[in-house]
Every structure is written in structure tokens, then in C-alpha cells.
Ligand binder design. Structure first.
Ligand code: SF4
Length: 164
């Protein structure tokens, strides 16, 4: 199959070596993601930067750790300073959704634990390092759209889903 005809994957930009995290760092660059990039399959996005937030930026968490209620206007994303950054998170999530629709994407690999990208666990809003079962705002929106969302800890499963 021509690589350009292969299914594309939305990937958190910080997992591609881009220094877009809140602390100005990246989150590594796994070999499989490098390979997918070389094949032209990767659509990169940092939802928080796409939503207009600077890098570095104050860490943010969702009280309760659930992105779905943020999508529904029932919860907020707050920085450690107490600033409501929900609007930027929502804007970034909808940019991810637009990319998914434009490229016909059905698989995403997003950074674990993030209030935007986390797919299984997020921080609970106490800024104490406590994780709870939950998903970030972008992960929640993409899952509602039917995208299979994996993390960098589930690359084997993501690849299997992509090739199914
Ligand atoms: Fe950006 Fe998501 Fe990475 Fe956070 S986890 S830096 S929002 S790509």
C-alpha cells in the first residue's frame, strides 16, 4: 500500500519530541511513532497550544479529573493559580476533532495523564499528584466521535487497532 493511502493517526505533539508541555519539555519520542512519521501517517497536535496557551504555562487540572463534564459545560479546567482555562482546552479539543474529521482518523495516540490528552487516568484537581480514572478534554471529545484513543503506554494495541 502506498504510505499516503495508509490510515493516519492523531498523535500528541509532545510524544513526537516537541517541547510543548506545560513545563517546556517534551514527553519522549517512541520508535513506533518515529516510524509512523517516516511513513507519513502522523497528524501531530498539542491541543493546549492549539487552544492558544503559551509554553511554558502553569499546570492545569480538572477538579474530579473528568473531561466529559468540561465538554458539557459542567466542570472547569483550572490552573494551579486558579485561572479558568476551560475555553482554551475546549478550543484545542475542537481543533483535534476537526483534524480527525479532515483526515478520516479513527486511531489516536495521546499522552497519558494529561487534562487534555489522558485516556485512562487524569489528575484529580488537587495538584497533589493524585490520579483518578478519567480522561482529558480532547480524549473525551475524540472518544465521543468514535475515535479509539490510546496512550504511549498502549502502542502495541494502537498498532493492532490501526491494522485491523
Ligand atoms: Fe500538549 Fe497533550 Fe502533550 Fe499536554 S499532553 S503537551 S496538551 S500534546
Amino acid at each position: 500500500m502506498n504510505p499516503s493511502e495508509q490510515s493516519k493517526v492523531l498523535v500528541s505533539a509532545c510524544l513526537l519530541g516537541q517541547r510543548v508541555r506545560y513545563d517546556g519539555r517534551d514527553s519522549g519520542h517512541p520508535d513506533l511513532l518515529r516510524r509512523w512519521q517516516a511513513e507519513g501517517r502522523v497528524v501531530p497536535l498539542c491541543p493546549e497550544v492549539a487552544g492558544g496557551l503559551p509554553t511554558p504555562r502553569p499546570p492545569a487540572e480538572i477538579p474530579g479529573g473528568q473531561g466529559g463534564p468540561v465538554l458539557d459545560g459542567e466542570a472547569q479546567v483550572l490552573t494551579v493559580l486558579g485561572e479558568d482555562v476551560s475555553e482554551a482546552f475546549l478550543k484545542g479539543a475542537h481543533q483535534a476533532l476537526a483534524l480527525v474529521r479532515r483526515h478520516g482518523i479513527r486511531v489516536a495516540v495521546l499522552k497519558s495523564g494529561s487534562p487534555s490528552c489522558g485516556n485512562l487516568l487524569t489528575y484529580d484537581g488537587s495538584f497533589s499528584g493524585t490520579k483518578v480514572p478519567g480522561e482529558g478534554v480532547t480524549a473525551a471529545l475524540l472518544r465521543r466521535e468514535g475515535v479509539k484513543v490510546f496512550s504511549e503506554l498502549q502502542l502495541v494495541q494502537a498498532q493492532a487497532c490501526l491494522e485491523a
